[in-house]
Design a protein around this ligand. Structure first.
Ligand code: GUN
Length: 294
């Protein structure tokens, strides 16, 4: 039987509706709405698209949206000054600095500067530290990893007791998603470019999260029959049949994987829409924390 598709678009729409309902209730109660400030430096086309989508999602949910666009020539001091201003602005509940920053800017210094209680990306080392420590609760969970877990939960896939393999160990996805799976009582293996017998490791997994950033890297015959596959990759590959000359594929060879997996997320339309939905949720949480409503 071919794998069941996990419809990230539909699940994200449900989450966004829940957020919109909560925003309306908060507006009724306080007279104000949660507001997200996004900082975009430079003119990376993918970042422009993502930032536009984030702003639109805020507006659609009834939230406030502020976008600050700085030129690629902006200095470290200019970016840091803007983040300090947003930290101090009580009308701003969440701050997101779109990554990657243009070459020459110190990304780490900028991320470390964002107020912990406005860090809706969850990238601050304190948030990540609390995520991986036993018995600690981070203020915010990074959006893409949180979206992966939400997809599993809302598809009725058991995490507790499952063997999970995460392919990739980035700060943004691999490390935090492994921590979340561990916190939900999966037995987690993190794999990377130096892993021995990667296909053999993946073959053991009830849950596979692919976040290595390489097109169609995980093959169908690596998968345990019936497993759940969460594909975080978004890679453009050449395709002469498309008007744009390219198409998007994930980190998993989708057609092959459909023959083996029990559940799988498509690309696009899987994890991608969940990132924005979870960002909205984090911004509502920030608002509630800042107004003593949590
Ligand atoms: N660039 C790609 N993904 C993300 C994300 O989730 N947050 C930020 N700030 N930048 C990104």
């Amino acid at each position: 039987m071919p794998a069941q598709l996990i419809d990230g678009k539909a699940i994200a729409a449900d989450v966004r509706q829940e957020v919109a309902d909560e925003v309306a209730a908060l507006k009724e109660r306080t007279g104000i709405v949660p507001t997200l400030a996004v900082v975009l430096v430079g003119d990376n086309p993918a970042s422009q698209t993502y930032v536009g989508a984030k702003g639109k999602a805020c507006i659609d949910a009834g939230m406030g949206s502020i976008t600050h666009r700085l030129p690629a020539t902006a200095t470290q001091e200019e970016v840091e000054t803007l983040v300090r201003e947003l930290n101090a602005d009580s009308a701003v509940n969440g701050i997101l600095v779109q990554l990657p920053l243009p070459k020459g800017l110190n990304e780490r210094a900028v991320l470390d500067l964002i107020s912990l209680n406005k860090d809706v990306d969850g990238f601050h080392p304190m948030n990540i530290g609390e995520l991986v420590m036993k018995g600690r609760t981070p203020q915010f969970i990074p959006c893409t990893p949180a979206g992966c877990i939400e997809l599993l939960k809302r598809s009725g896939i058991a995490i507790a007791g499952a063997d999970a393999v995460v392919v990739g160990r980035s700060n943004i996805v691999g490390i935090p998603v492994a921590a979340l799976l561990n916190n939900a009582d999966a037995t987690v293996t993190i794999c990377h470019s130096r892993t021995k017998d990667l296909p053999g490791k993946v073959k053991q997994a009830d849950i596979v999260v692919a976040a290595i950033g390489r097109p169609e890297f995980v093959k169908g015959d690596w998968l345990k029959p019936g497993c759940a596959v969460i594909d975080v990759g978004i890679n453009a590959v050449p395709d002469a049949t498309k008007k744009s000359g390219q198409r998007l594929v994930g980190d998993v060879a989708f057609d092959e994987a459909c023959g083996a997996a029990g559940y799988i997320t498509p690309v696009p339309g899987g994890v991608g829409p969940m990132t924005i939905a979870m960002l909205l949720k984090n911004t509502v949480r920030a608002f509630k924390l800042q107004h003593g409503l949590e």
